[in-house]
Write a protein that binds this ligand. Structure first.
Ligand code: URP
Ligand code: ZN
Ligand code: ZN
Length: 481
């Protein structure tokens, strides 16, 4: 009887630090040995000539999150993790969202019920803190952080989620005391409200005006303010879904001055522009532009380049999908308010959990912009380190979970929603070519995606408690390392 359940043979492995050739032996869902000419396993897979990478970790995605505007997320933990697995992701971190007036613990307990029995890959929770009253600040938040919910998101916009400045400072202080990571959605809510009112009064209601209601200055100002508060309180923060130059400049300034300011960006800021929200004469109607409404909005080609440069130079530590799945059609989708709905009545967010890795591998690594180790760092290792899942997740190492992806490169494929596994009726990336796609995704040694087929099992995914303090957060910037 073999001592190993599975051997992935002749793997060309990459981690965030190294590239090496090895056989990977898996036992009881973990990597049991790395070496050459390992003895036979009960099952063998030949990976000769192909990259074998740590499974992707999506550190920012929304599944089955309760909404207050009548909309509903199309993906729950079943379809969301299925879609993730088919695109090479083996761990997800969606958000247990506190609604205003709700206890934070109740939000976390509710989210566990939503996840129960559904996930096919492992998952941890971030929290969203929207109502930091005394009980939350003194009891619930510190206790939940100590119980393994070590990161939470705060919003500087959206009426149902946003915090005031004093509230932001108060929650940052709790994060400092407890060692938690705070993710910040940085957009200035009052500027957005003022601009939105003016646009609507002028009859400028089409989706393209969403970008005009949220110009870069509102992101720049809020990013600057969040950084200032983090400096005041002396706590690390992560600015999420950074869209372009002006926010990047703020982050670069902070990193250059030794502040622990981390940054995340997402595919929409590399592959979409404001023109995808519709142009005057495109003839597609509002549906087309509604597909790409997300916040911050996509910018222009020059800003795409700034984001690519930031990924390459180390301004960004994390590349996430911000998968926020709303159908276009249907009573709870993007167009629920009708075909002439003004931009401010269209739910914000776009799907992307399955396409995140193939897009970045194809256009980043194979496109010559990123090396393979940077790809692993941005999409897996740094995420695991940021949120306290490393070294169990995010690496190829003896003792780590056998979350592995064998990549097929040299494929000639175009992204089509019909090929994806989410429950959303569109992808904003329709028609974009990709030259890499996972051939096999292993979650703790078990195939969940193999040769173009989903082979996962709902309920097999385990909930992960995140560690505190994180063993080693990534450096805030390569230049300041
Ligand atoms: O537009 C977006 N990004 N929607 C999802 C929620 C969020 O702010 O991340
Ligand atoms: Zn956000
Ligand atoms: Zn989000």
């Amino acid at each position: 009887m073999s001592e190993f359940d599975l051997i992935v043979r002749n793997a060309r492995c990459a981690t965030a630090a190294d590239v090496f050739d090895a056989d990977i032996a898996i036992r009881d869902g973990r990597i049991a040995a790395l070496g050459r000419k390992l003895p036979p396993g009960r099952e063998e897979i030949d990976a000769a000539g192909r990259w074998v990478l740590p499974g992707g970790i999506d550190g920012h995605c929304h599944f089955d999150q309760p909404m207050t505007d009548g909309s509903r997320m199309a993906d729950d933990f079943l379809s969301g993790t299925r879609s993730a697995a088919c695109g090479g992701t083996t761990t997800v971190l969606p958000f247990a969202c506190q609604l205003k007036g709700q206890s934070l613990r109740a939000a976390v307990e509710d989210y566990h019920r939503r996840a129960e029995g559904k996930a096919c890959i492992d998952y941890a929770f971030h929290m969203i803190v929207s109502d930091p009253g005394p009980r939350v600040l003194r009891h619930e938040l510190p206790e939940l952080i100590r119980e393994g919910y070590t990161s939470f998101k705060i919003y500087m916009t959206y009426d149902d989620l946003k915090l005031g400045d004093r509230e932001i400072i108060d929650v940052l202080a709790v994060a400092r005391d407890e060692g938690a990571m705070v993710m910040v959605h940085a957009e200035n809510t009052d500027c957005i409200a003022w601009l939105t009112e003016r646009l609507l009064r002028a009859g400028r209601t089409a989706p393209r005006y969403h970008a005009q209601a949220r110009p870069m200055l509102v992101e720049r100002e809020a990013t600057h303010r969040a950084i200032s508060y983090a400096e005041l309180v002396d706590v690390p923060i992560l600015i999420v879904h950074v869209s372009g130059r002006e926010a990047v400049e703020q982050i670069r300034w902070a990193q250059g001055n030794g502040l622990r300011v981390y940054a995340e960006t997402c595919p929409q800021y590399l592959f979409l522009t404001a023109e995808d929200l519709g142009v005057e004469e495109d003839g597609h109607g509002r549906m087309h532009g509604a597909k790409c409404i997300c916040s911050p909005p996509p910018r222009d080609k020059a800003n795409q380049q700034v984001i690519w440069d930031g990924l390459e130079s180390g301004v960004f530590q994390v590349f996430s999908s911000d998968h926020a799945p709303f159908r276009l059609d249907g009573p709870d989708g993007k167009m629920a308010a009708g075909p002439d709905a003004s931009f401010d009545r269209i739910p914000n967010g776009i799907p992307g959990v399955e396409t995140r890795l193939p897009l970045l591998f194809s256009h980043g690594v194979l496109g010559g912009r990123l090396d393979i180790c940077q790809f692993v760092a941005l999409t897996s290792t740094n995420v695991a380190k940021m949120y306290g899942l490393y070294p169990r997740k995010g690496s190829i190492a003896v003792g780590a979970d056998a979350d592995l992806v064998i990549w097929e490169t040299g494929v000639s494929r175009t992204i089509r929603n019909a090929d994806l596994h989410h429950e959303v009726d569109y992808t904003p990336y329709e028609g974009i070519p990709v030259s890499a796609w996972p051939a096999l995704t292993l979650s703790r040694g078990q195939a969940v995606w193999r040769d173009g087929r989903y082979v996962g099992e709902a309920g097999r995914g385990k909930f992960l408690r995140c560690e505190l303090p994180t063993p080693a957060r990534p450096k805030a910037s390569r230049e300041t390392a």
